[in-house]
Design a protein. Sequence first.
Length: 192
Amino acid sequence: MIHFYAVVGFLAAVFPITATPGASVALLIQAGPRRALPVIAGTVTGLYVHASLAVLGLSAIVMQSSEAFSVVRIAGAVYLVGLGLWTWFFGGSRRPKPRAEPTYIRAVLANVLNPKAAAIYLTLVPQFVTPTESLAAQIFVLVTAHALLALVWLSLWAFVLRRLPRTDTFRAWARRVTAVVLVALGVRAATA
């Protein structure tokens, strides 16, 4: 099984990436603190998808094939830009929300289509696993630790969001900032 210090080292390596505000934080701001759970669950699900793909070797294929990597990168960029534009133009609508809010799916897609998240499981994970032990078990431990870190970090963001004013002016400002961040992340993903 994986050594405790390997898990701590992995968490120290992924913390700056996790703590940098990105699509998950933008979606959390957009959804609001009352709907933080679907954003957090979608983000965590995305991490498990990347870890599963790494165990299966599919992530390595995407990272080694420039065409496959470009497809994932462009798909993620288009998704983020589209989500940002939707947030800008329709996110403040007073229409009643549908019962099945797609926040969870948005968070899963934002994470799964993020090549940076895939790179974590291809570049960082190999540095913290022992080749003679079960690869799948070690990756499961690391992704669970990463998921717990993401859960705590996004929960802290939700706590902060609960303390912010809930006026229409603030909501409009937060929606616009969220839209700009999502579009900027998409443009950065497309051009990086």
